[in-house]
Design a protein around this ligand. Structure first.
Ligand SMILES: Cc1cc2nc3c(=O)[nH]c(=O)nc-3n(C[C@H](O)[C@H](O)[C@H](O)COP(=O)(O)OP(=O)(O)OC[C@H]3O[C@@H](n4cnc5c(N)ncnc54)[C@H](O)[C@@H]3O)c2cc1C
Length: 289
């Protein structure tokens, strides 16, 4: 049941949106509203004012950004996941993010859900979280006292939430230029469609076929979306062969903390994380021929 009284505002500037949140402790942003309306109906949150972000035109779209001789991309926070899943630049250079967006929910969710709403709500559980960690993303925000740029590793906090303040709006996600190949592998819960475990991998090989750079990110039923540092260390400097992949899989769960879950025990999820890490790396090897 929706609350009997709900105020609504649709600001046309970022400043007005942030001011509304700062001056109304009971206000919340709404983007695609996919999750927010469910939470309101289920009375999981107690909001008095909805601040609709859909009129903030500067928060839409994907732009290429020159970085010396290469290009990175900047993605507006209101860009729909379906746009990310089909963007040719992302598919060519940031495959992990295109695949993670494509693996999120179903077509209706991907058409409605915005990147910013997904990051703010799903946090460590969201498919895109692992991809942003693997791709070294920076999350840009505005709040009533200024702006922040947060590395993905600092954005996802250890309680399964984010570093966002109440009046802070995600405006843009920046991905640096990269020569890495990247992919996303998901072990999906069959009923909720959400990730029990998701692993994103971004790997650069040198001319001799050794791992010159490597970033692995995990999301899903974990306490914190984070990089898999032990598995990355196991891969760096060596060939990306079966022995190295087995070593990375064996150490993937080192340092990962688990949320209580009725879906799967922590032991099972730790095992599954190794399996998904190996699967992601094998697919990268195959893709690189
Ligand atoms: C059936 C179902 C299946 C799903 N499956 C998956 C899945 O497989 N993988 C997955 O990752 N997720 C999944 N989800 C979650 C879904 O992707 C999210 O609910 C959705 O992405 C939220 O995006 P939204 O734009 O609709 O956000 P909204 O519902 O509008 O907002 C969500 C939250 O984010 C805040 N917010 C919105 N935009 C911003 C912003 N720019 N800055 C700061 N705060 C903001 C809002 O205040 C609110 O708290 C599923 C959800 C459902 C209902």
């Amino acid at each position: 049941m929706l609350p009997s009284t709900l105020n609504y505002a649709a600001p046309t500037t970022l400043g007005a949106a942030v001011d509304l949140l700062a001056s109304h402790p009971d206000a919340v942003f709404t983007a695609g509203s996919y999750r927010l309306l469910i939470d309101l109906k289920m009375q999981r949150i107690d909001a008095g004012t909805l601040v609709d972000l859909r009129k903030l035109t500067e928060l839409y779209g994907i732009a290429s950004v020159e970085e010396g001789a290469a290009y990175g991309v900047e993605i507006g926070a209101m860009t729909a996941l379906s746009t990310l899943a089909n963007d040719v630049r992302l598919l060519a250079h940031y495959g992990a993010l295109a695949e993670a967006a494509s693996a999120t929910g179903d077509a209706q969710i991907r058409n409605m859900a915005a990147l910013g709403g997904t990051l703010a709500y799903d946090a460590s559980a969201g498919d895109v979280a692992a991809a942003l960690l693997a791709l070294d993303a920076v999350i840009h925000t505005h709040h009533s006292k200024g702006q922040r740029s947060l590395d993905a590793a600092d954005f996802f906090t250890s309680d399964g939430k984010t570093a966002l303040r109440h009046d802070e709006i995600i405006t843009m996600v920046a991905l640096p230029s990269t020569s890495a190949s990247s992919i996303y592998e998901k072990f999906t819960h069959p009923a909720t469609l959400e990730a029990i475990i998701g692993v994103a991998a971004a790997v650069t090989l040198d001319d001799a076929g050794r791992v010159a750079a490597c970033r692995l990110g995990v999301c899903g039923s974990v306490a914190q979306a984070k990089r898999l540092s032990a598995a990355e260390a196991a891969l760096l400097g060596g060939a990306l062969d079966e022995a190295a992949i087995a070593g990375a899989a064996a150490s993937a769960a080192d340092g990962v903390e688990w949320l209580p879950s009725l879906q799967a025990s922590a032991e099972y999820r730790a095992h599954r994380l190794g399996v998904m890490t190996a699967r992601a790396l094998r697919r990268l090897v195959k893709a690189q021929g």
